[in-house]
Ligand binder design. Structure first.
Ligand code: ATP
Ligand code: MG
Length: 380
């Protein structure tokens, strides 16, 4: 859609978690106003927004207010009800599109779409009923049964070695549609965040190398320690997919790098991504600035890396009886702490992250891991 949306305009976002909060901070820093829709009275973004609509994502009145008071609407999560996106699309400028979000929220559609765009995923089998597991599974086990919808941070995933295990895992998933994905021998994982604002108008952030713990992102290392050829093809694949989707907005693409150097797409997210939090401190503009720019019809900002950086996630696990010892981080001149203002810490809950900037990526990683251990109370 033509025309720039300029500061003072009201922007809307579906979801008030940490991604919505960091979006709100970017938008407000640029002089925009923000309305957040989130049913949680204490959502991380709600308290920073100009307006917090505290209602369900399918609340007709709240959606009407959003459509009437905002000039553009975006989302911080892919599990928005499809009807919500479609309703908003009829009344207000929405990015990414309802169609892109619908694809990303369903692993089956997502993987098929990626393959149709000529890009590789892990071998997968669609499991919609138990009988789908009666065939020869040798290409798919040992594998991971992943629920097609509403999984995140490794939730809705069960590792299986045999057809029998796959069947009982499927029962455990309540026989909801799933994919059975072959367990791959990973060399490493990387991700690329694309901002696309129109045909041929797309930029990538530098490639991040991601380390997970128990299915949850733990550390992102930038630049990724992979050969230039791999980084280059990851960027090419991410751009190709964004083009195939005719995508508008910020798109995260997660990759598997196999032992033989082969590159597969794991999954996509139609929004800024945890592995892009390093952009808050280490690139010229952040992924949240890009989200604002894209929804306002502005060209993508410059994504150049200003410094090697390592991001470490802070999970609720490190809150014991007390707040973690923040002075350990804050006393470091080259560390940026970001906390999301969540009221209660739970195991596995993303509470914040910190970015360590240093001359070289190995130094940043060493320091980051030491600080992380210190916070967990295992080292000085
Ligand atoms: P998130 O939304 O946080 O990215 P998710 O719940 O959607 O997570 P996936 O990205 O599918 O989960 O998987 C989480 C992690 O589990 C991956 O980043 C990877 O480390 C591991 N994993 C997933 N699928 C495979 C596979 N087929 N082979 C090997 N490892 C895998
Ligand atoms: Mg993932």
């Amino acid at each position: 859609m033509a025309g720039h949306i300029l500061p003072n305009a009201m922007l809307g976002i579906l979801g008030g978690g940490q991604l919505g909060r960091m979006f709100t901070m970017s938008a407000r820093a640029m002089g925009y106003r923000v309305t957040v829709l989130d049913p949680d009275r204490e959502s991380p973004a709600g308290s920073l927004a100009d307006v917090h609509l505290c209602a369900a994502y399918d609340d007709a009145l709240a959606l009407q207010v959003l459509a009437e008071t905002c000039v553009a609407v975006t989302t911080e999560f892919e599990n928005v009800p499809a009807d919500t996106m479609r309703y908003l699309e009829r009344h207000v400028r929405v990015s990414p599109s309802a169609e892109s979000v619908a694809i990303a929220q369903d692993r089956i559609r997502e993987k098929r779409y990626i393959n149709q765009a000529g890009l590789q995923t892990a071998p997968f089998l669609v499991v919609e009923r138990e009988a789908d597991l009666d065939q020869n599974l040798s290409g798919h086990v040992p594998g991971i049964l992943k629920i097609a919808r509403l999984g995140y941070d490794g939730k809705g995933q069960i590792r299986v070695k045999t057809a029998e295990e796959a069947k009982s895992a499927f029962a455990q998933m309540g026989q909801q549609p799933c994919v059975l994905e072959r367990m791959l021998d990973l060399q490493t994982e990387i991700s690329v965040i694309v901002t696309r604002t129109g045909p041929g108008e797309a930029v990538c952030f530098p490639v991040a190398e991601n380390q997970h713990e128990s299915g949850i992102l733990d550390v992102s290392i930038v630049p990724a320690r992979v050969p230039d050829t791999i980084a280059e093809s990851a960027r090419g694949m991410a751009l190709k997919l964004a083009e195939a989707l005719d995508y508008g907005g910020v798109l995260a693409v997660e990759f598997f790098v196999l032992q033989n150097g082969e590159l597969l797409i794991n999954e996509i997210a139609p929004r800024p991504h945890n592995s892009g939090h390093y952009t808050l401190d280490a690139t010229l503009v952040s992924q949240f600035d890009q989200q604002v720019r894209a929804m306002c019809g502005l060209p993508p900002g410059d994504t150049r890396l200003l410094s090697p950086v390592v991001m470490v996630n802070l999970l609720g696990d490190i809150w014991r009886d007390d707040e973690p010892a923040w002075d350990r981080l804050l006393s470091q001149p080259n560390v940026h702490l970001h906390l999301y203002g969540k009221k209660s810490a739970r195991i596995g809950r993303k509470m914040g992250h910190f970015n360590v900037l240093a001359e070289d990526v190995d130094g940043a990683l060493q320091q980051a891991l030491k600080l992380k251990e210190g916070l967990q109370g295992r080292a000085g």
